[in-house]
Design a protein around this ligand. Sequence first.
Ligand code: UDP
Ligand code: MG
Length: 330
Amino acid sequence: MKQTPSRVRDATSKKLSLVVPVYNEAESLPAFFTVISSTLKMLQEKHRISYEIIFVDDGSSDTSLNQLIDARRDDDNIIILELSRNFGKEAAMVAGLNSVTGDIAVIIDADLQDPPHLIDDFIEAWQEGNDVVYGMRSDRSSDPFLKSLTAALFYSSFNKVSGVKIPAHAGDFRLLDRTVIDDICRLTESNLFMKGLFAWVGYRQKAIAFSRPERLSGRSKYSYWRLWNFAIDGILSFSTAPLRIWTYIGGTVAVCAFIAALLLVFYTLFVGRDVPGYASIMVTLLFMSGVQLVVLGIIGEYLGRIYQETKSRPRYLIKRRHDSTAKTDS
Ligand code: UDP
Ligand code: MG
């Protein structure tokens, strides 16, 4: 028989903040409003919680923002942060988290790929004492083969080189306790890799498995090229292994070169001079120049990131905040 775990917290009368990054989701939003409002109604009845929904409009160019403004007319628990352009989902999530006033926050996508009914399970797990509760995909059948393969490769290489381990198949769909929200908001880095930062904060974390449905409508904003860059950003912001590995490779090559030089000297002294050698010299030269360029490229990647960080530009700009207290409200 399933035992009910003991509760260390009580969600009764607490405030739940939903953070929803939105970028060109005009096709998904109507369904999202319907599903989320019935979920919130259920949660209100069950726990008497109050709520706020922070929609972060990440520079949408379709009718998303107008739909959000319309929805706000019917529900003033809705807050809209209108970013000045598209800053990317990572920045949008941070913008949302910075505005959270609730005791717990749930980050959820607007395309209904993160099933809202799971929020109830997240809250249960939070009541059991977990500070971070995240959704973990139980299967990747809704993904194309190439996407599952590259995702698996990414998680295994990230976890090999990074001191912080990120759970495979976990997305951004998660509940965060107030203390964790505060800690995340204190981070000032501009190269945001939230999956890594959510793991970096530590605390008591729990995964809840779910089967991720396909996108209801519209297309994923993440092309393979964008995912590739995202993966590089992630690895470089959590590991210096790509820099360090060259010390070892360089060392090994230097030792081999030294041994080869000794052999060559002995060979020349005892056997005689061997004139042909053009091919081997060219191969070594080309290979080593290639290696040096790659290493320079890697150093450049880090240097570029240090440059970005030193400028300490804000990670996003809020063009307008729509809420019941803001003067700029429409
Ligand atoms: N998103 C965003 N800014 C972006 C890209 C995406 O705010 O630059 C939002 C998007 O509207 C959605 C969520 O992030 O609510 C997840 O995006 P998407 O569904 O494209 O990603 P996937 O589910 O394919 O990983
Ligand atoms: Mg999606």
